[in-house]
Each structure stands twice: as C-alpha cells, then as structure tokens.
Design a protein around this ligand. Sequence first.
Ligand code: DLL
Length: 435
Amino acid sequence: MFWNKPIETMKREELERLQLERLRATVRRVYQNVPLYRMRMQEKGLVPEDIKTLQDVQKLPFTQKTDLRDEYPYGLFAAPREEIVRVHASSGTTGKPVVAGYTQADLQIWAEVVARCLGCADVDYRDTVQVAYGYGLFTGGLGLHDGAQRVGAQVVPISSGNTQRQLMLMEDLGSTVLACTPSYALMIGESLRDSGFDLTRLKLRKGVFGAEPWTEGMRDQIEGLLGIQALDIYGLTETMGPGVAMECLEGRNGLHVWEDHFLIEILDPESGAPLPDGETGELVISTISKEGMPLLRYRTHDLTSILPEPCACGRTHRRIRRLRGRTDDMLIIRGVNVFPSQVEAAIMGIEGIAPRYLLVVDRVNNLDTLEVQVELMPNLPFDEVRQIERLEGQVRRAVEQVLNLSVRLRLVEPGSIERSEGKSRRVLDKRTLFN
Ligand code: DLL
C-alpha cells in the first residue's frame, strides 16, 4: 500500500533532479546561516555554486556527532528561534545530549515520511496504532505518533513501559499495530506467552520496530510470540528521527530510504572513500529538505550497504540492507571484530535458548576475554546437569563459529538478563570502565 505513490514510485531521473535541486538549496541555506558550515566550506575553498551535480556532494565537509556536541545546543540550527517549533534530543551515554530542532515545515515532512513507512507496512486509517516507543525528547514516540495520525489511524499514545497495561489496552482497544523497539516487542510477547494469553483475543497484525539493531532470528521470535508481521524502521535524531528508511512487505530484506529527503552515501568508515553498491560501509546522510537543522554528510556510524536492485513493490527509492550495528558498537577482541548482532544470529533458533544475551568483555593479564551470557528458556524439562552442559557446548560452538574466536559461554537463569522497554544494552565492556 502506498501513502504517496507518485513520489514513492517516481522515475529515478526525476528523483535525482529533485535531489540535486534540494541539495543545492540546503547548501546555500547552511552556508548563509550556520557559521560552522561556512567556515568548513571556506577551508576547502568551496562556495555553494560549486555544487553542480549530485556527485559534488563528495566535495562537501562531513558532520560528526562531536560537531553537534561542540555546537550544543543551537549552533547548527539554520532557522531563527521564532521558526523552531519543536526540539528533540538523544541522550547518549556521556555529557550533553544531541539536540535537533524542527520548523513547522520539518514536522510536516517528518509526518509525511513516517506515513510512507506505515504505508510500507500496509497500515492506514482503518488501523489502531499502539505507540509504545517512549514519548518525550526521544523521537520514537512523537515521530510514530505524528505519522500514524497523518495516515488517519487511531493512535494510542501509551508510550513505553507498564506491560500489563499495554496488554490490557491492546485487547480492549483492538490495537492492530504495535510500534516499539524490538526488545520491548519481545518483552511484550514473552509476557503474553508466560501468562498463557490467548492470542485470538487480540487484533494485532503488524509491528513497526526499530531504534536498535535486531536480526532475522529476533524477527521470527517476535512474529511467533505476537502472531504478527514485524517490519524494520530506521532513523536517528540528528537527521529527524524514525522515518529515514523502512522495509516494505515485498522486500523484507532491505529498507527503502526516502531519497527525496535524504541523500545517502556508503563510505569506508576509515578512509571516508565511497564504496560501490552492495559493499558494507558507513551510512552517511545529507538531509536535503530540512530547515531547522539541516545536516550535510552526517557520519551516522551505522553499517549497511546499498541494495541497488529494484524492489518488487514498485518503489524506486533505493534500499539499504538491515543495519547490522554501529562502527562504535564493534568490539575488537584479541584483534577480531565482533558485533553483538553476530551473537544474536548464532543463538537464535537453538532450542531451549531465549533470545536474550549479554557480551561481557574484560582484560585479564593483558589479554581480552569475552564471556557470552545467554538466557535459558523458562520451564525447560532439564533435570540433569549433563543436559545443560550439552546445551552449553552447542551454544558455545555456534557462537565461536560465527565469531571465529574462543569465548566463555555461560547459560544463565531465565529472567536474569536485564529487560528493556526501550533500547537494549548488549555489551558490558569492563575494559573501558577504567579509562
Ligand atoms: O532511535 C530513532 C528511531 C525511533 C528509529 C524509533 C526507529 C524507531 P536515536 O535514539 O537518535 O534515534 O538513535 C539512532 O539508533 O544511529 C542506529 O544506530 C540505531 N537504529 C535506529 N533504528 C535502527 C534500526 C532513534 N532499525 C540510532 N536498526 C541509529 C538498527 C537502528 N539500528
């Protein structure tokens, strides 16, 4: 189902013409209004008129999260205070948050792109959308809220948390769509299972899950527990919030990026050199329609690749592969690169194992160690230590095979790994605690 078919299926040449026009306007806007951009462009000897083709984006300076921190809170805003009608922020782990500002026009575009995402999931005015992303400075709640309202759905702005209440309202209000993080969807699903809830009492049919990396295995688990189709939505505060990209029902193996608003590049994370389609690298986004806080060549640190093949759904906006993690989530353990999502992919589907895990990294005698904690399913019919040991061996081999690294594996009691109503924490890196 399309929310905006003419735009979503626009011919590539037309789309690229529109992108160029908008890129040029954005460059002019930030050159005039944002001292940091003007200075960085001047350092490179660039003026806005030098941007003549889409490839010229590569001449422009990068923007990094540190720039947002250094210019906190308003330094990168390109509109006067009177035109900014909303701010959001992402907390991060240290120091000041990253602040994003929106004009009225920005909020309209945000609702439009989220509406398109919901269209990808076949959601429309007949649906009741339970928004269980957090409301507040986090962009998940209000982002999905405005998009769902735009398509004319009935919105249940419940925010995250209080799982029993989520279940009660889901049943009583007949919610057909759940929007939250995949971790929270799993928690809601487990809660249903543990209380022996009869799924036929629910009308739920679709899930719109994102804000953190998740795997196919996790999708299977969630779909099974909730009896729905689960789709992936991507975005980040800096460039707007949720709604940069979304899976469609046909593809389910890549997320359409709304390229009339976001210009994407995939670069080698170290050298910054462009990578060909299909190769995994860092996603770099230029916003080309934002007024409040446009960003040129923002280094997302998210790793993905471009899937250049046309999608069966008819949308012409290119897809990116499901995000596997962030360059800064990547652990280097005894020289080997490790992503938490690799562990997730390895353990999913092993019988008796819950989709809950934690990587504990430490350094003992100058050598990195990795302990992988994995939770057991509740009520396992195990009465012998030997059965547990056998399972432990099976899980360890599966993990070691994907990581190519020896690990210490610990099966832990059901419920012992911290649950999250928002984004999950998958790594405890004790090596960094002393730095
Ligand atoms: O997480 C925005 C969002 C809200 C997206 C609701 C989707 C749904 P931030 O808190 O700024 O914004 O975090 C952005 O989260 O750079 C990725 O590393 C990660 N992320 C977001 N969506 C996905 C996804 C919101 N679908 C950061 N898959 C991004 C993997 C994701 N990682």
